[in-house]
Design a protein around this ligand. Structure first.
Ligand code: AMP
Length: 175
């Protein structure tokens, strides 16, 4: 079976969560299958044309495979968190949601200016969060050389928002 089929078999659809009309792609069942988790990490690494200087994981589900990937690459893992969670000096970026705004933050010393980084999250929906992450990386002076996600919701066209930062956008499964 292909990696994509294996992942799709494990992901659980939860209709009307967190609000009516949204089908939530629950990745927690993946974590019961250690072999599949290793294949996912290898799947991401296998698709890298350039090895990044760091992996950036977006809170919170982006921390899971993001950290495993960075560790396997022997590279730093950088946490990008929602406002107010990081303890040290930080910079933030505010972005629009469907209703209202949200803010993500990164420690000001988390990246070096000449680093090439890959941004990782569990799922690409509208692309707003990953775009905000790219803006923070840019603000620091580092470079986004790619994005990777376990799941891509293609019908929301998230890739269009990200393409100006990097055309290298990998989703292991698409809906
Ligand atoms: P977006 O900024 O619209 O690309 O949303 C991406 C973020 O929201 C990711 O951190 C996802 O974990 C989460 N997310 C959005 N839609 C879904 C969904 N249908 N199922 C699971 N997570 C979602």
């Amino acid at each position: 079976m292909s990696l994509a089929s294996e992942i799709k078999q494990s992901i659980r659809d939860v209709p009307d969560f967190p609000k009516p009309g949204i089908v939530f792609k629950d990745i927690t069942p993946l974590f019961y299958d250690q072999e599949l988790c290793s294949k996912i990490v290898d799947g991401f690494i296998g698709q890298m044309t350039v090895i990044p200087d760091a992996i950036i994981g977006i809170e919170s589900r982006g921390f899971l495979f993001g950290f495993l990937m960075a560790n396997k690459l022997n590279k730093p893992f950088v946490l990008l968190r929602k406002a107010g969670k990081l303890p040290y000096k930080k910079i933030g970026f505010e972005y629009d949601l469907e209703y209202g705004t949200s803010k993500i933050e990164i420690h000001e010393d988390a990246l070096k200016k000449d680093w090439n980084v890959i941004i990782h999250d569990d799922l690409l929906a509208t692309g707003g969060t990953a775009e905000a992450a790219s803006q923070l990386v840019k603000q620091i002076g580092a470079k986004v050389i790619g994005f990777n996600f376990v799941v891509g919701l293609d019908f929301l066209n998230g890739k269009e928002k990200l393409i100006k930062h990097s055309k290298n956008i990998i989703c292991l499964v698409n809906y």
